[in-house]
Design a protein around this ligand. Structure first.
Ligand code: ADP
Length: 592
């Protein structure tokens, strides 16, 4: 059962992002030290200027010190920017380490998620979360710590200093601050949806793009380019609108806040100027005030921008944590191991299952003794693939029991369960990598000899030898550079290499020439030998060789027996057999 997660509180996601920082206390401390040092060095220039105006310029006897104060002012800026450079270096290293950690956690999590989770997700959306959203949420860290911290320190430090210098002028100068705070609060509480919508629109566009690029052949084949372009433009327009909605508010908010800040300067001019005229404030202190005020409001401005970052970071973080909080596959990391040696006795007892509301399998019973070949036949949609998926525990059966050598698959660890089976799917999927990498997926420690033996047994050796770099030839995205029959044989070789006691095989329906067909059939026979094999069979020869046939119809086992028994019975199987193999010379085999 998926864990039920409390809806995140507004700051929840952000605090969780910060929890990733605790692994790097040294970097955090170094960054903090730089930030404090920078804040302190900011005080030098206004104070030096105030001192020059009040103490040096009016007293010719002290003009000799002038150079020292100018140099001091320069040193202040040098220190500030030097420390800033160091801080950026540290921050970048820090940030990249944290991004790496979050991505790694995210990927590990994605691998533990049940297939059901993927059924309801678009690939492009998941990709956007791992690649873009992680970076976006990370900006909360860069801007939150790097700029936010410096800004807060500077605002507090200078604020206190202003009040020490002249409390009444300081009060006027900081009058706009509460208004700025209220403005920021309103912007961030009302803005959350706008930012979330923008992230979702971006993700939608990515998902569509991913789909269309994967399906480029179909789009071309159906001359659907214009239609798809329209669809792309519609999604793209949604992103444009969502971004504009976000930016429109920013266009009001940012200058509005700027205006409020500037009223602070005008207030200082009015009341500070008045105080100078009344002799309550020296000209030097007045200048100091103005200089400090710019240093006071400049980080306030940065905090405002930070508010925007936080909003978009929070929207991204919510999307990332939604993945991290999803429930794992049961026994993804725990569970028992199968007793060795695995014999491969598989039993389904009254197994029922549904993907959604409609039942897909109903009280299915199958008994496959060690070494037997079990053929599953039935019309499309009968539930044959689902039977294999339940055995591999890609999905969990709703009721009933599935056991291997008497142990319920439910209690087995995923590693032990999947370690004892090889799955050859109908459409052979090859990863974008070399032939070797694709084979080693089955057994990482396989040596050169074993690889070639498997290829030979799968009748894949001759064409792999003919490849430009043999085992080290890249087979391209989805193995497009190989023919269908070649890909099938490579995936059979992969399963042979795994040498698992249980085999799940979904025979390819795509027709190949008769010579290739013979080679594939021969390779499959070899693959099925001496192991318990479940075959979704499409070839009559496979079915005839099976020890037992289970005929599925609308999720139920309607007949069971050998080819000859079932033909003699003249039921569903006999009918299916006649219909499926009508055209083939094999149809003669369907006569009882
Ligand atoms: P078969 O392999 O016999 O053609 P399947 O086992 O693939 O049949 O499918 C059985 C039924 O379950 C079909 O009606 C199919 O539409 C449905 N189905 C298959 N996979 C899913 C899924 N991931 N989510 C929802 N329904 C599914």
């Amino acid at each position: 059962m998926p864990r039920v997660i409390d809806p995140p509180t507004p700051m929840h996601s952000i605090l969780r992002v910060f929890s990733y920082l605790r692994h790097y206390p040294g970097l955090a401390a170094a960054q903090l030290a730089c930030a404090v040092g920078m804040t302190l060095s900011v005080f030098i220039f206004p104070n030096a200027t105030g001192h020059v105006i009040d103490e040096i310029i009016p007293q010719p006897a002290r003009h000799g010190d002038f150079g020292f104060w100018v140099a001091l002012a320069l040193a202040g800026f040098l220190a500030r920017d030097g420390l800033n450079s160091l801080r950026i270096f540290i921050n970048n290293a820090f940030e990249q380490k944290v991004i790496y950690d979050i991505r790694s956690d995210l990927y590990a999590k994605i691998q533990r998620l049940p297939l059901r989770w993927f059924d309801n997700r678009r690939t492009g959306d998941v990709m956007t979360r791992v690649v873009e959203d992680v970076t976006n949420m990370e900006r909360v860290l860069i801007d939150g710590i790097e700029q936010g911290l410096v800004a807060v320190l500077q605002v507090l430090g200078i604020g206190v200093f202003l009040f020490i210098l002249n409390p009444s002028v300081a009060m006027w100068a900081t009058l706009p601050v509460p208004l700025l705070a209220v403005g920021a609060w309103i912007y961030s509480t009302c803005g959350r949806d706008r930012y979330r919508n923008q992230r979702e629109a971006a993700s939608d566009l990515n998902a569509l793009l991913h789909d269309n690029i994967s399906g480029v052949r179909q789009i071309k084949a159906y001359a659907a380019e214009e239609l798809e372009h329209d669809r792309f433009n519609r999604h793209s327009d949604r992103l444009r609108q969502a971004t504009l909605r976000m930016m429109r508010w920013w266009a009001l908010y940012s200058p509005g806040m700027s205006f409020l800040r500037m009223t602070g300067y005008v207030l200082v001019l009015a009341f500070g100027g008045g105080a100078v005229m009344r002799g309550e404030l020296t000209l030097g202190d007045f200048t100091r005030f103005l200089l400090f005020l710019s240093l006071f409001y400049e980080p306030v401005d940065r905090l405002n921008q930070l508010n925007q970052m936080l909003l978009s970071g929070r929207a991204a973080a919510d999307r990332v944590f939604e993945i991290l909080d999803a429930g794992d596959e049961p026994n993804a990391t725990t569970g028992e191991a199968l007793p060795r040696p695995v014999k491969g006795h598989v039993r389904f007892e009254r197994v029922s299952f549904s993907y959604q509301d409609q039942p897909t399998l109903h009280e299915v019973g199958i008994d496959a003794r060690p070494g037997e070949t079990i053929a599953l036949v039935g019309p499309t949609g009968a539930g044959k693939t689902t039977v294999l998926s339940l055995l591999a525990r890609f999905y969990e059966a709703t009721s009933g029991s599935i056991t291997i050598d008497g142990v319920p698959v439910r209690s087995l660890s995923k590693a032990s369960l999947r370690g004892c089976m090889a799955y050859v799917t109908q459409e052979a999927f090859l990863f974008n990598g070399t032939v070797r990498e694709n084979l080693l997926l089955a057994r990482r420690d396989a040596g050169e000899r074993e690889l070639w033996d498997a290829l030979t047994a799968a009748h894949a050796e001759p064409f792999v030898r003919a490849l430009p770099k043999q085992l080290d030839t890249r087979v391209g995205e989805r193995g497009v550079k190989l023919s269908g029959g070649e890909k099938q044989r490579l995936s059979i070789a992969r399963a042979l290499l795994k040498n698992a006691p249980i085999l799940l095989l979904d025979e390819a329906t795509a027709s190949v020439d008769s010579e290739t067909e013979r080679l594939i059939q021969d390779a499959l026979d070899r693959l099925m030998r001496d192991r318990t094999a479940f075959v979704i069979a499409h070839r009559l020869s496979t079915i005839r060789n099976a020890d037992r046939i289970y005929v599925l119809d609308r999720g139920r086992v309607v007949e069971e027996g050998t080819h000859d028994d079932l033909l003699a019975r003249g039921g569903k199987y006999a009918e299916l057999c006649r219909k499926s193999f009508l055209a083939a010379e094999e149809s003669a085999g369907c006569q009882a």
